[in-house]
Design a protein around this ligand. Structure first.
Ligand code: SAH
Ligand code: SF4
Length: 351
């Protein structure tokens, strides 16, 4: 059976090349084409012999996702819709911001965590993405931006799904993202956002991966947090904060705490006081994300003034706090609005 080349362990690809009578340096050439030049097909790998290109095409797929839709918002934010071989669809969002070009990618089709303020979470879970499907989102969008003479600067795992609930595939994709033979991103430019799965966070700390960690906090007491995020019943706030305290954070790095501001729910003065206490002794910055409403959601978006007041309240306590406006609301590309779909009619695959 044909396999996705991005899912093959390097030793296996090396052994396959050797069997084909190819010298060892071919591996690096193929990686360069697949991850940095983002070749559209094996046939475009022009410094490989025609015979090898044919053999590669017979044995492997270069992509297992195909782009089936693209929408651009007025602010330039672009949502890509990709379809997997089994017809499941996922979305990735490209966010231009001055010199930056950030890609927000998905790690699962749907999400099992069920956070009440998140449309992805409300719509349930279909399946994990494979390492190849996670990497395909980056290589396919990278190819699209390269045709315009640009390159991606940052990758954030903040799309659909909980990255640490798909631990093995996510970590192995991250390794390729930050390796020089792979996509070559600096670990400073890659951010993983988690709902706070403690055992996986502990495991991640021993991987030596060093990417930026963002944790979705969203509340300052267990009662509110559990009502918003069922996972808090399993991993309550005090355990989450002590996990962060024990996390071997590299010097000069800090955690990001994401905080969705829900009108009338989690932005009182009491919250600021409790938040200051929770993060005592931790190097963190807080990103306030005003809630993005969706149909049927029981919450409301706070006014700009309310968000600014909460920010001021936190800043008064010496907490470095930023407001992160989600981009691309009108095309449903903003935080928490991504949704899985599947191909409606089974049909012939076009690739
Ligand atoms: N599952 C991971 C990463 C994806 S969610 C996590 O929860 O961290 C990315 C961010 O979007 C999280 O910080 C989440 O709290 C936020 N978010 C989810 N739904 C939102 C909504 N409706 N409005 C604003 N932010 C939302
Ligand atoms: Fe899943 Fe994150 Fe949405 Fe929660 S906020 S349901 S963890 S995607």
């Amino acid at each position: 059976m044909k396999r996705h080349i991005k899912e093959l362990p390097l030793e296996e690809l090396q052994a396959w090349l050797e069997k084909e009578g190819e010298p060892p340096y071919r591996l690096k050439q193929i990686q360069g084409w697949a991850y940095r030049k983002c070749a559209p097909s094996f046939y475009a790998m022009t410094n490989l012999s025609k015979g090898l290109r044919e053999a590669l095409d017979d044995a492997f797929y270069l992509y297992s996702l195909v782009e089936v839709g693209r929408e651009m918002a007025l602010d330039g934010t672009t949502k890509f819709l990709f379809e997997a071989r089994d017809g499941e669809r996922v979305e990735s969002v490209l966010i231009p911001d001055r010199q930056r070009l950030t890609l927000c990618i998905s790690t699962q089709v749907g999400c099992r965590m069920g956070c009440r303020f998140c449309l992805t979470g409300q719509e349930g879970f279909r399946r994990n993405l494979t390492r190849g499907e996670i990497l395909d989102q980056v290589t396919l969008v990278r190819r699209a931006v390269m045709t315009q003479g640009r390159d991606l600067t940052n990758v954030v795992l903040m799309g659909m799904g909980e990255p640490l609930d798909n631990y093995t595939e996510t970590i192995s994709a991250l390794k390729v993202l930050i390796s020089t033979e792979g996509l070559g991103f600096s670990h400073r430019r890659v951010t993983l956002s988690t709902v706070g799965l403690i055992p996986q966070m502990r495991r991640l700390s021993s991987e030596g991966l060093d990417v930026t960690m963002a944790v979705s906090l969203n509340a300052t007491d267990n009662e509110t947090r559990s009502a918003l995020m069922p996972i808090n019943l399993l991993y309550p706030l005090e355990d989450l904060m002590s996990t962060l305290r024990e996390y071997p954070l590299p010097p000069r790095k800090r955690f990001t705490l994401e905080y969705v501001v829900l009108k009338g729910i989690n932005h009182r003065k009491d919250d600021a006081v409790r938040l200051a206490k929770l993060i005592q002794g931790l190097r963190v910055k807080i990103n306030l994300i005003p809630f993005n409403p969706f149909q049927g959601s029981p919450f409301q978006r706070p006014s700009e003034r309310e968000v600014l007041e909460f920010q001021a309240c936190l800043r008064q306590r010496g907490i470095s706090t930023f407001i992160r406006e989600s981009r691309g609301y009108e095309i449903s590309a903003a935080c928490g609005l991504l949704r899985w779909r599947s191909r409606s009619k089974p049909g012939l695959m076009r690739f």
